[in-house]
Design a protein around this ligand. Structure first.
Ligand SMILES: NC(=O)c1ccc[n+]([C@@H]2O[C@H](COP(=O)([O-])OP(=O)(O)OC[C@H]3O[C@@H](n4cnc5c(N)ncnc54)[C@H](OP(=O)(O)O)[C@@H]3O)[C@@H](O)[C@H]2O)c1
Length: 320
């Protein structure tokens, strides 16, 4: 029976690069998934042109029926899977966000993984590997509220604790009582930070739950990567950023479990809430400037491509 790997949100960005690298390195079937079939199939065509042959399935992690359809497909065609990378993600604007937008961030980045856990994890075979793509915004040091630092650090942490953490945040936004000092950087991109901290905390629970099948579950910060999410700014190309995620699911020692891994492969202490590893808008401003200067040629090429894609897409939509 073939081994099977699947990456969520892989029609573009880091997920796409992970699929590409897995097609080159993994001895088995690789699934590229996307919420839009048109975009997913366009990505498959691009990989086919490189001589790579991933399989495709539609997947919107916020749509239960879509996750069920994927589960049924994998169950009937392969009987299970061996590698799962929860990469799908969404970031809210730094400047202004409606409550709906904040909820969307939590739904995709955190609750979407809960749905995957419920419906897809039971199909992950013994000795499998699961990777949750988090962020520097997912390190515990993003939180400044002592009550939540203590509660999320509990040894017997439960999913209900994490759910209450995200609900606490959303309720505070809804009622207007959100205190920006509860997070670092005056609460910038707060929903994104909360969703990624929740995802890292969830990773450790998932690890404990899956020990009996010898499955490893880790989370990774992929680095500051030039994708649509960052408006093509960042220090790493998507191919560079895919290296550590691919290493973690194919080559990392089995003993690496429930860990929070930096983009260079270093394992960080997620519980160190005093660590200075979180994202700040001040860093971002200097990153933006220096990354534009360092990568000026690549940017010009990428932005031209980006504009061409936007022009081409309506035409591709009609022809696919
Ligand atoms: N880029 C960075 O610097 C950076 C830094 C830290 C962490 N990350 C994390 O890395 C991951 C990949 O980000 P990226 O930079 O590659 O972003 P990206 O280029 O914007 O790609 C995000 C992917 O997620 C998909 N997606 C969004 N909502 C979805 C849903 N409901 N169901 C399924 N797929 C969905 C998107 O699909 P559509 O094309 O349909 O929108 C897209 O394929 C994310 O989890 C992100 O938080 C990125």
């Amino acid at each position: 029976m073939s081994r099977v790997a699947l990456v969520t949100g892989s029609n573009k960005g880091i997920g796409y690069a992970i699929v590409k690298a897995l097609c080159q390195k993994f001895d088995g079937v690789v699934y590229l998934t996307s919420r839009s079939e048109v975009l997913g199939k366009a990505a498959i065509n691009k990989l086919n042109k490189l001589g790579l042959q991933p399989e495709y399935h539609q997947l919107d992690v916020t749509n239960r029926d879509s996750v069920i359809a994927l589960r049924d497909h994998i169950a009937s065609k392969h009987g299970g899977l061996d590698i799962l990378i929860n990469n799908a993600g969404y970031v809210n604007s730094v400047l202004f966000n409606s409550y709906k937008e904040e909820e969307k961030v939590i739904d995709i980045n955190y609750r979407g993984v809960l749905t995957m856990q419920e419906l897809i994890y039971p199909m992950v075979r013994n000795n499998g590997r699961i990777l949750n793509v988090s962020s520097d915004c997912g390190h515990l040091s993003n939180i400044r509220n002592k009550y939540w630092i203590d509660r999320l650090s509990k040894k017997d942490l439960k999913i209900s604790d994490i759910n209450e953490f995200v609900d606490w945040y959303l309720d505070s936004k809804k009622s207007g009582s959100f205190n920006p000092d509860d997070l670092v950087d005056k609460g910038s991109i707060a929903a994104y930070r909360v969703s990624k901290v929740a995802l890292c905390a969830l990773t450790m629970i998932q690890q404990k739950d899956l020990e009996f099948k010898n499955i490893s579950v880790n989370s990774v910060h992929p680095g500051f990567v030039r994708t649509d999410m960052t408006m093509k700014l960042g220090f790493l190309s998507t191919d560079e950023a895919a290296k550590t995620p691919v290493y973690l699911v194919l080559e990392a020692p089995e003993s690496l479990r429930g860990a929070y891994v930096w983009h260079d492969g270093t394992v960080l202490d997620w519980f160190d809430h005093t660590a200075n590893v979180y994202f700040t808008t001040k860093f971002a401003r200097s990153w933006v400037l220096s990354s534009v200067i360092v990568n000026i040629k690549e940017y010009i090429f990428m932005w031209i491509n980006y504009i061409l894609e936007k022009v081409r897409l309506p035409i591709t939509n009609k022809t696919l």
